[in-house]
Design a protein around this ligand. Structure first.
Ligand code: FAD
Length: 484
């Protein structure tokens, strides 16, 4: 590594992932490294994703928060954890089938959480630079050596160098999109792998009790291709009379649905219809006060593909949404971001202590993340594509007849279901469409096993990547072709 650098680590983007990486690196280095977190927001708006706020469903499993706490001793409490839940329940489009995924979780307050994270980071000696909009990476000899952007207050150019830049700038990261060095990192995401999503945070009066529309103890998911084409609607409790309610759609499926129905809603009006359709939520008013001001309504996008096949380059790492980490099945990105950020901090420290932040030295981060989380995402991506092509009748039938207790346990753990019931001899399948559905589910379970094995065989060094990637794309192309 040539030349002096301003910092050991620069973290681009001080959102959820960025600040966990910072605390993890500070923890594993015993606060011996110089770490800078840069964000375009001012401190009171730390972690805000877009001008419409800290847009999120706010739900996270307790297990992933524990993962972080056990390793780097960062814990969250009130007010950033706003409400505890006992699990998630999914309803079929006809509301006849309810599937419960039990497991403790939290509904976070995404506006309050960054303030807690800021305090934790500062306690651990992490430096911050607010109000800098990063534009590009500084490179030398095919290696990232710093960042450049605009200081929004002084109207000057901001430039700093580091031994390692960790990109936590979210799904639209300009740094990843314009990565100017030779690397295995994919720079752009396919539009169909993005969900357009939005939500309200409302205080409301409960009209009557109906646990299929609001449950103070469970996160509710409504599957319905008319209501949320290619996605789902959600009603997540933030208290007895407070809710995070919204939905996500795949734009292509949304356009097809609108054409078929001869209607022209946009995401906003679709969400308004979803709220109106909920018979429990009476007189909703936008949540306000210090906890919610500026965050009660917003739309944003979230990726639903496997994580970037490679997440490191010389002097550069990707963590969180910038690496497309949200789970393909439900777009849950907080859990994988927590896991990846915890790991990344440790791997980054080891690379810096070894005085080697090359692609080869950072490579183990790919493997560590895959072993703890990423092994399952390609299979779930195939499954997500299959589900997006189903009709409401097929979803009704599939949820009623094809999901075993074991499948539900698997989904609860974030794993791919095995659909072993589908194989049982003597099972009566009504109609050719349901026979096709059974075949598709069986295919998904089979390809998932192969993809998982392939991920556990992720190359030890960058040299093995081209061959591994070629075999991965061979499997994926075959699977994707089925669900075009
Ligand atoms: C509507 C919606 C609902 C969701 N619901 C859930 C849910 O219920 N559960 C769940 O687990 N996940 C959910 N997700 C996903 C989850 O919100 C994300 O996975 C998570 O926020 C990722 O954190 P991050 O730090 O990687 O990215 P972000 O939260 O996007 O943070 C990125 C940070 O980088 C900064 N930044 C970006 N570009 C620049 C730049 N050029 N210069 C300087 N700073 C920059 C931003 O200001 C921001 O602070 C949802 C997403 C959406 C959109």
């Amino acid at each position: 590594m040539s030349g002096q650098r301003d910092y050991d680590i620069i973290i681009a983007g001080g959102g959820l992932a960025g600040m966990i990486v910072a605390t993890s690196a500070a923890y594993y280095s015993r606060q011996s490294l110089k770490i800078l977190v840069i964000d375009r927001n001012a401190f009171p708006q730390q972690g805000m994703k877009t001008i419409s706020g800290w847009v999120c469903g706010d739900a996270v499993g307790k297990n992933t928060v524990d993962y972080m706490t056990e390793r780097i001793h960062i814990s969250w409490g009130k007010p950033e954890i706003e409400h505890p839940v006992k699990g998630v329940v999914a309803f079929s489009p006809d509301h006849e089938t309810k599937v419960s995924f039990d497991g403790e979780g939290y509904i976070l307050n995404r506006k309050m959480l960054p303030q807690r994270q800021l305090a934790d980071c500062r306690k651990m000696g992490v430096e911050f630079k607010e109000r800098v909009a990063l534009r590009s990476l500084i490179v030398e000899d095919n290696t990232v050596i710093g960042v450049e952007g605009d200081d929004l207050d002084n109207k000057t150019v901001f430039k700093k160098t580091a031994k390692l830049v960790i990109d936590c700038a979210g799904v639209t990261s300009v740094l990843r999109t314009n990565l100017p060095i030779k690397s295995h990192i994919e720079r752009r995401i396919d539009r169909d792998d993005l969900e357009a999503t939005g939500r309200y945070i409302y205080n409301f009066e409960q009209d009557h009790e109906d646990l299929t529309f609001f449950d103070p103890d469970y996160c509710i998911i409504h599957l319905d291709q008319k209501l949320a084409p290619g996605g789902y609607g959600w009603v997540f409790p933030k208290g007895k009379n407070k809710v995070n309610i919204g939905l996500g759609v795949q734009q292509k499926a949304f356009d097809a649905r609108n054409k078929e129905m001869g209607v022209h809603p946009n995401l906003h009006t679709l969400i308004d219809e979803y709220v109106k359709f909920n018979p429990v939520i009476k007189n909703p008013t936008l949540a306000d006060g210090a906890m919610d001001d500026g965050n009660a309504w917003g739309t944003w996008q979230v990726s639903v593909r496997r994580q970037n096949d490679c997440m490191v380059a010389n002097g550069y790492m990707l963590v969180g949404d910038s690496a497309w980490m949200p789970k393909p099945l439900d777009a849950g990105g907080i859990g994988p971001a927590i896991i990846a950020a915890t790991i990344a901090g440790k791997d980054a420290v080891e690379a810096i202590q070894a005085n080697d932040t090359s692609e080869k030295s950072l490579w183990k981060y790919n493997k560590h993340f895959i072993n703890d989380y990423g092994y399952k995402t390609a299979g779930l991506e195939v499954f997500r594509r299959m589900l997006q092509g189903l009709t409401n009748d097929q979803i009704n039938y599939g949820m009623k007849h094809f999901l075993s207790k074991m499948d539900i346990d698997k989904i609860t753990k974030g794993e791919h279901p095995e659909f072993s019931t589908v194989d049982k001899l003597g099972m009566m399948i009504r109609g050719a469409m349901n026979k096709k559905l059974a075949d598709d589910l069986r295919y998904c379970a089979d390809i998932n096993k192969k993809l998982t094995e392939h991920y556990y065989d992720y190359p030890e060094t960058p040299g093995g990547f081209p061959d591994w990637s070629k075999r991965l794309h061979g499997m994926l192309q075959e699977a994707f072709a089925k669900y075009k």
